[in-house]
Design a protein around this ligand. Sequence first.
Ligand code: PLP
Length: 396
Amino acid sequence: MKNREVIQLTDKYVAQTYARFPVALVRGKGARVWDADGKEYIDFLAGIAVNGLGHNHPAVVRAIREQAGKLIHVSNLYHIPPQAELARELCRRSFADRVFFCNSGAEANEAAIKLARRHGLEKLGGRYEILSVHNSFHGRTLATLTATGQEKVRAGYDPLPAGFRQVPYNDLQAMEDAIDPNKTVGILVEPIQGEGGVVVPDEGYVRGLRELCNRRRLLLIFDEVQVGMGRTGKLFAYEHFGVEPDIMTLAKALGGGLPVGAMLAKEEVARSFVPGTHASTFGGNPLACTVGLAVLKALLQGGVLKNCVKMGKLFFKGLESLKSRFSFIREVRGKGLILGLELDQEGSKIVETCLEAGLLINCTAHRVLRFLPPLTLSKKDIEQGLAILEKVLARH
Ligand SMILES: Cc1ncc(COP(=O)(O)O)c(C=O)c1O
């Protein structure tokens, strides 16, 4: 099938929840993808932070092939060796003591919200309310869209579940003022906002949240669905801030392209989940967790995190140089390889022109061009990609 046929089929048979670009991607390698008509693109989006190791990384492909030939799925009614191993590896490398596996970021956040509520019921006098922040994004299930601080994501789904409120991001006082001592059980935040426009909070904000949670006996929940698994140059973004959460959620890059999500928690909190309180049929299945293990190993042993830091700096410099050339660029932001270019105008047209010119990027929060390339990116990929972007900006 060529691009045109795929587009026709999609338009006729697929639920129209996405505004898609008019290309069908069929093949990938590293930071490159090809469409059904054979055109090549530099991929600065990596499936929106999913393909951290790039497309068709040999370790991921090998893990899938080998495990698929052995055992793809069994129920969580039985013990699953790669699930137990992946849980151990994630706990060894993080603040956490236990992991619940699921299949997406929204599900991981659902698990976090449910765990916080049970913990509130058992240990905190029945408190249940989750505070989150404006412009956050936590998913599309009813609970997670209610926690999401964007009106457009919630619109049309009333009545929404009770027990969620949002305050401005990066504002410790607003958070403290919002706490209801009889209701609030925890604070859910992305340590660095992704969908909200690649926003890195002020020095001290994340640490301040930890102190606030300690002082007011609240759970601190980090949504690292987008920024976890190496994206910022550290395995988990919270490591930049010198604090630990009580609960953290992961998905996206964890499965190297397979749908894998996880909710990690400290023992004292995790204890509130007992048999029968939460579950997922596919969560933590042998294939998913074998791939998760391969991804983690490649990230930690293959020099990928180091590459992310190095290439992140180079990429940032390249964006800064574009900023000095084009007056409509307001700011360059980000950490590691989650980077954003804030414009003084809508960015969607630029994204479309980049696609035509062979570069995949996206625009979030209307005016922020967002770059989430594979962490295995090379200097050449950056140079070629930014050269395309520069040409597009020059014509803009
Ligand atoms: C920070 C964050 N949380 C949650 C989600 C939802 O993840 P999923 O689409 O896998 O449900 C996303 C997706 O973009 C995200 O960026």
